[in-house]
Design a protein around this ligand. Structure first.
Ligand SMILES: [Zn+2]
Length: 317
């Protein structure tokens, strides 16, 4: 047991040196390709505006409009980079297709654009009255002669109309995937290691690295952790930029599951829930040119900040 532990520690130490070396070589890494994913599409409408006086807008349309503006803004502000949208029209893609586009483009960042929703409360209001006939029941006589007598009478009752209340919550939330051992993200890294940065490394030890071994798996976790840190960094920058706008920045959240596309992409990835489609203000904001542009600019500023930090010689990672 102890021996094994010692072996494991020396293994970790070795990996740590590896990681340090690799980390160092990675400081020169530049941000070259960004994937922008307009969430949902085609037969998958995503969330829709359902409250009373809603615009009845569909998440898939809002995400496409914001994504198009984001792609344009990124191209404008970062002309040397390659910006790859997963879709530019109203087509259906399953998460695997979206992840494949990102992985095949060798993206350095994956940004998913979505809109939030939540369960809506139903309310009622009186829209009039109607007359209803009711019966008063009485009995006459006794024993075998007992008879039931129904006496009709009229009552006025209210007539109600039911409607959905808009959500009171509004604002932008950023999600990242939280790495854990058996995730698809790890599997993606382990399977597709050739696509990772180390493909340019001439280090022979690296080239012989086997991800089926325990040490390989530890390294894979190091990679996953690295993605998580970078994802978290970008997510935090996006949240910071939203804070500078007039709308609430609801923070950065980690999800262990439920965002398959974030787990399956072999790069740092964030998912931006741009706003609540079932909030009155947010729905209008998400559908407006001004709102879409403000979101596109906020995310672009965050990407520029991220790029500067990534490419800074002082940056540890
Ligand atoms: Zn969505």
């Amino acid at each position: 047991m102890l021996k094994k532990k010692g072996l494991f520690i020396s293994l970790l130490t070795g990996l740590f040196c590896f990681f340090q070396f690799h980390s160092f070589s990675q400081t020169s890494k530049k941000l070259k390709t960004i994937i922008v994913d307009a969430g949902h599409g085609g037969t998958d409408a995503g969330a829709t505006g359902q409250y009373e006086n809603s615009l009845r807008s569909k998440e898939k349309d809002v995400t496409l409009a914001i994504s198009k503006k984001l792609v344009a803004e990124l191209k404008k502000q970062l002309p040397d980079l390659t910006i790859v949208p997963t879709r530019t029209t109203d087509i259906y893609q399953n998460p695997r297709e979206k992840a494949d586009i990102a992985n095949q483009a060798h993206g350095d960042l994956f940004i998913c654009i979505h809109a939030d929703s939540g369960p809506l409360k139903t309310a009622r209001r009186q829209i009039g009255t109607h007359e209803v006939t009711r019966y008063h029941i009485s009995y006459k006589g006794k024993g075998r002669k007992k008879r039931k007598i129904s006496t009709p009478y009229q009552v006025t009752e209210p007539v109600y109309e039911y409607y959905k209340l808009p959500l009171s919550i509004k604002g932008t939330t950023v999600y990242i995937f939280a790495a854990h051992k058996t995730s698809d993200k790890l599997k993606a890294i382990m399977k597709d290691v050739g696509d990772f940065d180390i493909e340019t490394s001439s280090d022979s030890a690296y080239n012989s690295f086997n991800f089926d071994t325990p040490e390989g798996r530890v390294l894979a976790q190091v990679y996953a952790k690295r993605y998580q840190e970078k994802s978290d960094r970008l997510a935090t920058f996006v949240n910071d930029e939203i804070e500078k706008t007039d709308r609430p920045a609801l923070g950065v959240n980690q999800r262990q599951k439920g965002i398959w596309v974030l787990q399956a992409t072999n790069m740092p990835a964030i998912l931006v829930e741009t706003g609540y489609i079932n909030n009155y203000d947010d729905e209008r904001y998400l559908n407006s040119d001004k709102g879409q542009q403000e979101l596109a600019e906020a995310i672009t500023k965050a990407v520029i900040h991220y790029k500067q930090q990534l490419e800074s010689p002082k940056s540890g990672k």
